[in-house]
Design a binder for this molecule. Structure first.
Ligand code: NAP
Ligand code: MG
Length: 476
């Protein structure tokens, strides 16, 4: 079987691997061949309660630990993750189906970078400031309940746990049921670092049971959730009822706006790579490509040519750029959207719902490009979370702004122009949390998060740290 020994009946609570209180387990399946790769306990409300109590007990000590020492623990954690990188990548490939080269790169690299960034931030951050006759203290919020998705399974955990620990909070994580094995690897790394017992706790389980219990727990001070808008809305209501701090990182339908003077070939090529990476299972993916009407035919042709380089294949093959989707459920969902696109009058120029030849097992879908998409179509409005691109024409800049801003989401986006200032001026008109100008590269210190229904709060860098702090003002 495998990549991981498995801790079939164990959860990481209060500094040790202890048996779950119930007997239920979750089978972890490999999306490429549908074989079982591991089994983890399905935690109950009692397990969540034990973890929250451990986190509460550990909180005063960790909150009082000097930031420099918290920083040192985070640096050690970064080193542990780096030392386990091969194991992490193999595990993510086995449970998510991410191509091994992508798992060894972005999937395992980003969390190492982010852990390192918080080691540095914790060391130099000023947890006090002076405002007039006041000293303002930035104190940790308390016990954090983190609920994470499967798409970047380690990154999503680290993007919550690292700033929480840097701030002096203690944490309980409920990872996605599809990808709990890398969460266990993370807990092993935490254990190796020797954090005080209870500072970090892991409860595997299903959302409506363990996730819900964590969000509802009266002793959780802050809930940080990444996942679907539907579940996020419910968690927001629960957290609101308990007057808990809340961070929501939800979906997106980001626009890749190619302005008339842009290098069309480059913009389309990078745009296709952005949508198809991780099999399209990226919340910030540029799933709508907006091109000037008079260059539309040319853009669609370029998209077809660029898409040809993405042939679904075995994630263990280092040459594979596109693996399967995470689950049968996700495959059904993506195929359903492709059918909906056709039914509403869009035109498939690449891909479609036919099975992928030679890959009868596994949750594979053909990477798909739709032309003749109008802004009101379902495939131009809803998050699909698969390798599906909608190409839309626009008449002029105002039309492009209107289309780009015309969804309930606002997470990310891109603008391309021969003139950087023109692109930046356009970006200022977008209602979205991030915009990449002419392919500007990912910045792990820049605030990441959504406008509108893409969420509340920000992750990464100093803005991500601020989510886990609350202020106290002393007047002199
Ligand atoms: P999801 O249900 O929102 O899952 C995210 C996390 O929330 C998982 O840990 C999940 O547990 C947990 N959860 C589910 N129901 C819960 C509840 N009632 N209370 C507390 N926690 C709960 O997402 P999904 O079903 O895996 O994916 C569905 C769609 O969500 C995707 O197609 C995509 O559009 C979107 N999505 C977005 C992101 C993102 O990064 N923004 C990530 C993943 C998915 P389980 O694992 O047990 O369900
Ligand atoms: Mg779910």
């Amino acid at each position: 079987m495998g990549v991981h020994d498995g801790l079939y009946d164990r959860m990481y609570i209060d500094g040790r691997w202890r048996p779950a209180l119930g007997d239920d387990t979750i089978e972890v399946l490999n999306p490429a061949d549908e074989q079982v790769v591991g089994r983890v306990p399905a935690g109950t409300a009692e397990d969540v309660d034990a973890a929250v109590r451990a986190a509460r007990a550990a909180f005063p000590g960790w909150a009082a630990t000097p930031p420099a020492e918290r920083a040192a623990r985070l640096a050690a954690l970064r080193d542990e993750l780096a030392a386990r990188r091969e194991d992490i990548a193999a595990t993510i490939t086995a449970e998510l189906g991410a191509p091994i080269s992508f798992a060894q790169g972005v999937q395992s690299g980003a969390p190492i970078t982010v852990a390192g960034s918080y080691a540095e931030l914790a060391a130099r951050h000023s947890f006090e400031e002076r405002i007039g006759n006041s000293t303002v203290l930035h104190e940790p919020v308390g016990v954090v309940g983190a609920i994470t998705p499967w798409n970047y399974p380690l990154h999503q955990i680290v993007a919550k746990v690292a700033p929480a620990l840097a701030a002096g909070c203690t944490v309980v994580v409920k990872p996605a049921e599809d990808t709990p094995l890398v969460a266990q690897l993370f807990a092993e790394a935490v254990h190796a670092v020797g954090l005080p017992a209870g500072v970090f706790n892991l409860v595997t389980g299903v959302g409506p049971v363990a996730g819900q219990a964590l969000a509802e727990h009266p002793d959780v001070d802050l809930v940080s959730f990444t996942g679907s808008t539907e579940v996020g809305r419910r968690i927001g209501a629960v957290a609101g009822g308990g007057i808990k701090r809340l961070a929501l990182e939800l979906g997106g339908k980001s626009a890749n706006v190619i302005l008339p003077d842009a290098d069309l070939g480059r913009a389309v090529g990078v745009g296709i790579a952005n949508v198809f990476a991780n099999s399209g299972q990226t919340c910030s993916a540029w799933t709508r490509m907006l091109v000037p009407a008079d260059r539309y035919a040319e853009a669609v042709e370029l998209a077809v040519a660029a898409a040809a380089k993405y042939v679904p294949g075995d994630p263990l093959d280092p040459a594979t750029r596109l693996g399967p989707l995470v689950s049968a459920k996700q495959l059904d969902r993506v195929r359903g959207y492709i059918e909906r696109g056709v039914a509403e009058g869009a035109r498939i120029v690449v891909g479609g719902t036919d099975p992928v030849e030679g890959l009868e097992r596994g949750h594979y879908v053909r990477p798909t490009v739709f032309a003749d998409v109008t802004p009101d179509m379902t495939i131009a409005q809803e998050e699909i979370f698969g390798p599906v691109l909608a190409v839309l024409p626009y008449a002029d800049e105002d039309d492009a702004v209107r289309i780009a801003n015309g969804t309930v989401y606002g997470l990310s986006g891109a603008v391309w122009s021969a003139d950087e200032a023109t692109a930046a001026a356009f970006a200022r008109r977008l209602h979205t949390g991030q915009v990449d100008i002419n392919g500007g590269r990912f910045n792990p210190l820049a605030p990441f998060g959504g406008y509108k229904q893409s969420g509340l709060g920000r992750e990464l860098g100093v803005h991500g740290l601020a989510e886990y702090l609350q202020t106290k003002s002393l007047q002199f």
